[in-house]
Write a protein of this length. Structure first.
Length: 134
């Protein structure tokens, strides 16, 4: 199994064939628990941003978190057909704080999609991006 870093994305593959041009940022079907532990939050966030852009989302990332309320999601994304999406990015063993959970719950209460993205939940994230419009 190869772990290959390409541009800002993480590519985890079991197949040595060249990557298709239309590939998403992560090949989740070949991820293993051991590899999940190697992926940093920054790498996962870059991969998520790439996938969001590939699926037509506009994104906002507050790179100076001290300016925002505690717990604000790492990525806030808007899609013209699918609406708003809040993404809290965590390493495989990272914990969601009470403030972060509060913001995710507030987004859901407002009718927006919200997800905690970990390497192991990448398939759920991709399914959300590819799902039917809101």
């Amino acid at each position: 199994m190869a772990l290959e870093r390409r541009k800002s994305a993480i590519w985890i593959r079991t197949n040595p064939d060249p990557l298709p041009a239309s590939a998403g940022a992560l090949y989740a079907d070949s991820m293993t628990p051991a590899l999940n532990l190697l992926i940093t939050e920054a790498e996962l966030q870059r991969a998520a941003l790439e996938a969001l852009h590939l699926h037509g989302y506009k994104t906002f990332v507050d790179r100076q978190a001290f300016r925002s309320d505690p717990g604000w999601p790492d990525i806030y994304a808007l899609h013209p057909d699918r609406g708003a999406l809040a993404v809290e990015v965590k390493r495989e063993r990272g914990t969601v704080s009470a403030a972060q959970q509060g913001w995710l719950d507030a987004h859901r209460a407002a009718g927006h999609a919200a997800i905690v993205l970990r390497p192991s939940t990448w398939p759920d994230f991709v399914a959300l991006l590819q799902g039917p419009p809101a």
